[in-house]
Write a new protein. Structure first.
Length: 124
């Protein structure tokens, strides 16, 4: 299996309103997010790539237009704006663009990451 990944960066605010009031993440705050998209394939294309990294410029444009310097509660339309939900939101946008997309990871801080990867269905 060949695997590639590429990182993108953006800044945004959010509030996790389902948390208790005393939780720090219930307050309005922001992060400098890192998004990492992973693509995998059993074979390479005729150029020797899983996918040309330049093809992923559309994800940068989506992030810049949709997420960068936005309030994520407004963008996602709900108050569960965790990194986990954000990873799935980005995955759901990216998968129809590139069939090789296998996972999306989102970091809010240098020490934390959340991933979304659909479960593999086993055929018996």
């Amino acid at each position: 299996m060949y695997i590639i990944s590429k990182q993108f960066h953006f800044s945004a605010s959010h509030q996790l309103l389902n948390l208790p009031d005393e939780h720090p993440c219930a307050r309005l705050h922001g992060h400098n997010y890192i998004v990492e998209i992973e693509l995998q394939s059993e074979s390479l294309n005729h150029y020797g790539f899983v996918r040309d990294y330049n093809d992923l410029d559309a994800l940068k444009q989506f992030i810049d237009d949709t997420l960068d310097h936005r309030h994520l509660n407004d963008v996602l339309g709900h108050d569960d704006t965790t990194a986990e939900h954000l990873a799935k939101f980005i995955f759901d946008w990216a998968k129809p663009q590139w069939q090789e997309v296998s996972a999306v990871r989102v970091s809010e801080t240098p020490k934390t990451w959340a991933s979304y990867q659909p479960t593999q269905k086993t055929v018996l």
